[in-house]
Design a protein around this ligand. Structure first.
Ligand code: AMP
Ligand code: MN
Ligand code: MN
Ligand code: MN
Length: 277
């Protein structure tokens, strides 16, 4: 039986629902053999997850998902096998955290101007002691009845191009890729099919990513169409990149993003774990 690698998921230290411990236990129950925790812009949950993975007998990879910008678009970069104490990485994470705080205030100001006051406090309640993000604002907006569900909150206020989509302060993709690589970790371009780009644009981004030290493309992200997987595999091979896979799990009630359950990796790619195993 081939081992199951899930190299992208979230705990309640960012916008996931489960604690790092509960996440690892669930991964074990889902027959995951190798798990990477990749919370948004934070490494806080890694130690707890690693300790739980030792208890459960699961191989654990230290990861993180960085928010960045490329040609004005919000792009995500997963870093695998990170050293959370590497000075360059520590500095980058601290900067991301500062950007997130400021951005949360800006989002709250924008919402206040639309007669949705006190959103920062409201969203913080959902973020708990984890880093704050748009899903926490969405939860607050649903709670207050401003939107009927999270999807609508993104569609009307928080999603791409809407008033609460504040991304200008994120660092450039190239800079993040270079920093991650310099720290000895593996930069992976996350869920390439989720950016609504033309193929030409996507390839231009992949080219820039690779030139800055990028090593892998997330060829499989959750359940996705076979044609998408095949095309991403082709791009990975064209640019000589490794292929990664992961569920992008956030919460137990999202069946299309369940731990360990995603479309199969095509066999014509070089899996990213070949890089470190
Ligand atoms: P942030 O990290 O604050 O930029 O928030 C981005 C996160 O919001 C993503 O990682 C997803 O988990 C979530 N998200 C993005 N778009 C949507 C959407 N349309 N509906 C629900 N959640 C979304
Ligand atoms: Mn998320
Ligand atoms: Mn993402
Ligand atoms: Mn993610």
């Amino acid at each position: 039986m081939p081992r199951i690698y899930d190299l992208h998921c979230h705990s309640d230290q960012s916008d996931g629902i489960l604690s790092p411990e509960a996440l690892v236990s669930r991964a074990k129950r889902q027959d995951v053999d190798v798990l990477a925790l990749t919370d948004h812009d934070t490494t806080i949950g890694l130690q707890r997850a690693r300790e739980q993975a030792e208890i459960e007998g699961l191989e654990f990879i230290h990861g993180i998902e960085f928010s960045c910008l490329w040609q004005g678009r919000g792009i995500h970069l997963v870093a695998l096998n990170i050293d959370p104490d590497h000075p360059a990485l520590v500095e980058l994470v601290a900067e991301q955290s500062a950007v997130r705080q400021e951005r949360a205030q800006t989002i709250a100001d924008k919402l206040a101007a639309l007669d949705m006051p006190d959103a920062l406090q409201g969203a913080r309640k959902y973020a708990g002691d984890g880093v704050i993000g748009r899903p926490h604002f969405a939860a607050f907006m649903v709670e207050k009845g401003y939107c009927k569900n999270v999807r609508q909150a993104f569609k009307k206020y928080l999603g791409s191009g809407k008033v609460g989509d504040i991304k200008q302060a994120w660092p450039q993709l190239e800079a993040v890729a270079a920093c991650v690589r310099e720290s000895g970790a593996v930069p992976v371009l996350a869920h390439p099919s989720k950016y609504n780009m033309t193929r030409t644009k996507l390839c231009a981004m992949v080219d820039a990513f690779k030139a800055s030290g990028g090593l892998a493309l997330e060829v499989v992200s959750g359940m996705q169409q076979q044609s998408v997987t095949q095309d991403l595999a082709k791009i990975a091979n064209e640019y000589n990149l490794f292929a990664s896979c992961g569920s992008d799990f956030h919460a137990p009630d999202q069946q299309w993003q369940e731990l360990g359950k995603f479309s199969p990796m095509p066999d014509n790619v070089e899996a990213v774990w070949a890089y470190w195993e």
